[in-house]
Design a protein around this ligand. Structure first.
Ligand code: HEC
Length: 135
């Protein structure tokens, strides 16, 4: 009886250690993988490059904190992914948000852009400028 309990306790202890190691510096979701807050998977990296290339920061701020446009850190906690995409594709012209449907790079990277910005909004990506994670 004692031996069984001991074995179970040991199994639990090693499972806990494995989990702690996984968690050390790594956040992995369906959307992104982030290590140490700034090393990201390839798709999220493409999202960051698209953010830069499209110069979304002109209106949303260098750290997505908002400028003439709203904070995307806050917005992405509320908007669905579809709402995000529609807004970026169609814009809200009367309110000053431009449409990006003629930007091939943005259209090709909507999911990646969303992953990057969601990572920022979730607090998983702690630096604005990210680097590609080396395997
Ligand atoms: C010329 C300025 C400008 C640029 C460039 C711009 N935005 Fe915007 N954006 C705005 C403004 C202003 C709004 C607020 C519209 C409103 O009041 O509904 C907005 C709204 C948004 C929203 C909706 C926020 C919400 O809470 O409903 C998203 C998402 C968004 N922008 C993403 C982007 C992305 C991604 C880029 C780059 C690909 C970008 N924007 C580039 C000005 C801009």
């Amino acid at each position: 009886m004692h031996r069984v309990i001991l074995a179970a306790a040991l199994a639990c202890a090693s499972a806990a250690v494995a989990l702690a190691e996984d968690k050390a510096g790594t956040v992995k979701t369906e959307l992104y993988t982030v290590v140490d807050g700034y090393k990201v998977d390839g798709n999220t990296m493409k999202g960051f490059r698209t953010w830069r290339a499209a110069a979304c920061d002109r209106c949303h701020g260098a750290n997505q904190e908002g400028l003439v446009g709203p904070s995307l850190i806050a917005s992405l906690k509320v908007l669905t992914k579809d709402e995000f995409k529609t807004t970026v594709i169609e814009g809200r012209l009367e309110k000053g948000m431009v449409a990006f449907k003629t930007s091939q790079q943005v259209m090709d990277n909507l999911d990646n852009l969303y992953a990057y910005l969601k990572g920022r909004s979730d607090g998983a990506i702690t630096r604005t400028k990210v680097e590609e994670l080396k395997e």
